[in-house]
Design a protein around this ligand. Structure first.
Ligand code: GDP
Ligand code: MG
Length: 266
């Protein structure tokens, strides 16, 4: 199952859905657009585009029941995928910074088979950055190194917009208390290393064109440092603490549209 988190990215999600050429659609089973209650027409645009272009795979578009943030959207997608018997979950950001086609060779070669977390990386040999500022690139390298210390493994990205997870490892909802905001990925990665899951990075392309980043850089940078310190000193105990500003009992979406492969009415 491919999960596409979206928040106010109508112009970009159209291009994301266009990334799914016939071969890509055949390589996946179901594409799920998860709209985190965007105030604009992101969901409508995604429904219309998906209806047109995703003919060879199943397609679902839902609106989160509440405003769960990016991390909470992940939780909703993981739970849905597990409840519906999927074996792998691919995360592809809805703002068209990453490209699903960077997974094509990996999917064909089943490179994910003996890996729990197959992570797209923007900062490793073979990665390509287009329009990404030197300042953010530098900052990312520093943070990757800092997070490499407690896990004793080389971290090439703390959370890009293209990742693949083996769901068997995520059936237990141990990540429920992880942050619901954009720092979710950092804790998810620390959690994976802490649980001795196998993590493998692969190089991706990443572009910054008309995307509006919702990351408030310095606020997030300090928040992330405090999470790192928490993990460094607390390890498993820290990972069990409540990291959400506003905890939810469950994470669900209201399906607004769905169709099955090649049963599209036009
Ligand atoms: N900021 C933010 N992004 C969300 C949310 N829900 C889903 N997303 C999506 O998460 C992705 C990453 O967010 P973005 O602001 O681009 O972060 P960045 O790429 O790390 O700078 C985008 O595809 C958003 O559309 C949310 O509640 N807040
Ligand atoms: Mg983005």
């Amino acid at each position: 199952m491919v999960f596409i988190p979206c928040y106010r990215c109508a112009p970009q999600v159209v291009r994301v859905l266009e990334q799914f050429d016939a071969e890509m659609q055949a390589l996946v089973d179901t594409v799920v657009v998860v709209d985190n209650r965007s105030p604009d027409d992101t969901l409508d645009v995604a429904i219309e585009k998906g209806r047109q272009v995703l003919r060879q795979c199943n397609y679902i578009a839902w609106r989160n029941v509440d405003n769960y943030g990016l991390g909470g959207s992940h939780k909703a997608a993981f739970r849905y995928a597990i409840e519906n018997g999927f074996d792998h979950l691919i995360v592809l950001h809805g703002d068209d910074q990453a490209d699903i086609r960077d997974l094509r060779e990996g999917l064909k070669a089943k490179a994910y088979e003996n890996v729990d977390c197959y992570m797209g990386a923007r900062f490793m040999p073979g990665s390509q950055l287009k329009g990404y500022s030197w300042f953010r690139t530098f900052g990312n390298h520093v943070y990757n190194l800092l997070f490499s210390v407690p896990v004793l493994k080389r971290v090439y990205d703390l959370g890009s917009g293209l990742n693949m997870y083996k769901l068997e490892q995520f059936e237990e909802f141990y990540y429920k208390n992880f942050p619901d905001d954009l720092t979710f990925n950092y804790m998810m990665l620390m959690g994976s290393y802490n649980r001795k899951q196998s993590v493998k990075f692969f190089p991706i392309t990443w572009r910054e064109e008309d995307q509006v980043s919702n990351v408030r850089l310095f606020r997030q940078a300090t928040r992330v440092l405090s999470l790192l310190a928490g993990y460094f000193f607390g390890r498993a105990r820290f990972l069990q603490t409540e990291m959400r500003a506003k905890p939810f009992d469950d994470y669900r979406g209201d399906i607004q549209y769905q169709h099955e492969a090649s049963k599209v009415e036009v």
